[in-house]
Design a protein around this ligand. Structure first.
Ligand code: LP5
Ligand code: MN
Length: 248
C-alpha cells in the first residue's frame, strides 16, 4: 500500500482518525507493506515532536504494524524531511532515499515524494537545497522545539504567500524531469505524491509506453472527502479512496 500527503496536524482529529482507521484495517486486508511517500505530517520540526501529542499518537498507531508483520517504509516529504532515526527506528520504520526502487505486489516501481520533479519552481528548489543541508539542519535542530515550531509556522506562511504568486504549472512536475527519471529506470512505473493531483498518466518515451501515478492528498472534511492511495497487487496498481478499502 502506498499513501502520502496526509498532512496530519494538531487539532485536526478527522485526519488522524482516518489515518488510524486505515492502519487498523491493514492486517484484515492482508497488506504486507505500507509505503508512506512523504508529508505524513503538516510540519515535522524534529523527532522530539514524537514525544507527545500528535507525533506520539501517530507513533503509537504505527507501532502496531511491525509486530503484525507489516513492513513500514517512509520517504521524506517537504514537510517532514526532518523525520529521522530517533522517531522511525523504535517503530521499525525504514527511511528510504528519494528516489527509491521497489518491487511490490509484483509491480516494479520507482518511488519519490515528487518535489524533486518540480524543477520549474526555482525558488522552491533553492529553498530546498538550503534546508536539506546537514549543517543548516544541525543549527535548526539545536534550537528549542518551541522556537522550531515558530519557524515552521513562519515558513508555512511564507510558502502560502509565495505560492499565491506562482502559476499552477510551475508547481506541477516538469516533463523533462519525469522523462529523465523514467529513462534511468526502464520498465518501472513512477509513483509519487506532493502535487495533490491524483491521476494515472501515460507517456511515450523512446517508443515505449510508460506510466506515472500520482497519489491523492487527504482531507476527510472536504466535499467530497479526499484521501486513500494506491495498492500494488497481483502485478497491477489499483487506486483506493478513503472509504473504498472495504470493497477491495
Ligand atoms: O508546502 P506547500 O505545499 O505549501 O508548498 C511546497 C513548497 N513550500 C515548502 C515550504 C513548507 O511549506 C514550509 C513548512 C515546512 C515545515 C517543516 C518543518 C520544520 C522544518 C523547518 C525548516 C525548513 O516546502 C513551495 C512549493 C510548493 O510546495 C509546490 O511544489 O512552491 O515552495 C515555496 O513556497 C518556497 C518559496 O518559493 C521560497 C521560500 C520562502 C522562505 C524563505 C526562507 C529561507 C530559509 C529558511 C530559514 C528558516
Ligand atoms: Mn509535499
Amino acid at each position: 500500500m502506498f499513501i502520502s500527503d496526509l498532512h496530519l496536524a494538531p487539532g485536526q482529529n478527522e485526519r488522524l482518525d482516518a489515518f488510524v482507521s486505515l492502519i487498523e484495517s491493514l492486517a484484515a486486508h492482508r497488506i504486507a507493506a505500507l509505503y508512506i511517500l512523504g508529508d505524513l505530517f503538516e510540519a515535522w520540526p524534529g523527532d522530539d515532536a514524537g514525544d507527545a501529542g500528535l507525533g506520539q499518537a501517530v507513533g503509537a498507531a504505527l507501532s502496531s504494524l511491525a509486530p503484525a508483520g507489516i513492513k513500514v517504509s517512509f520517504i521524506a516529504g517537504n514537510r517532514d524531511f526532518l523525520l529521522g532515526e530517533r522517531f522511525a527506528g523504535p517503530l521499525g520504520i525504514d527511511i528510504l532515499a528519494d528516489p527509491t526502487v521497489v518491487t511490490a505486489g509484483g509491480v516494479q516501481l520507482v518511488l519519490t515524494h515528487g518535489d524533486l520533479l518540480c524543477t520549474d519552481d526555482i525558488a522552491y528548489q533553492a529553498y530546498r537545497s538550503e534546508v536539506r543541508d546537514p549543517q543548516w539542519q544541525a543549527r535548526f535542530l539545536a534550537q528549542s522545539l518551541k522556537a522550531r515550531e515558530a519557524i515552521a509556522a513562519d515558513l508555512r506562511a511564507k510558502s502560502e504567500s509565495a505560492k499565491s504568486g506562482k502559476a499552477a504549472e510551475i508547481m506541477d512536475v516538469n516533463a523533462d524531469a519525469v522523462a529523465n527519471l523514467l529513462a534511468q529506470h526502464p520498465r518501472r512505473i513512477l509513483l509519487h505524491g506532493h502535487t495533490h493531483r491524483p491521476r494515472r498518466h501515460e507517456l511515450l518515451l523512446d517508443g515505449v509506453l510508460r506510466e506515472r501515478w500520482v497519489l491523492p492528498d487527504w482531507d476527510p472534511l472536504a466535499d467530497p472527502p479526499r484521501g486513500g492511495g494506491v495498492l500494488a497487487r497481483e502485478g497491477r496498481l489499483v487506486p483506493f479512496g478513503l472509504t473504498g478499502l472495504h470493497r477491495l
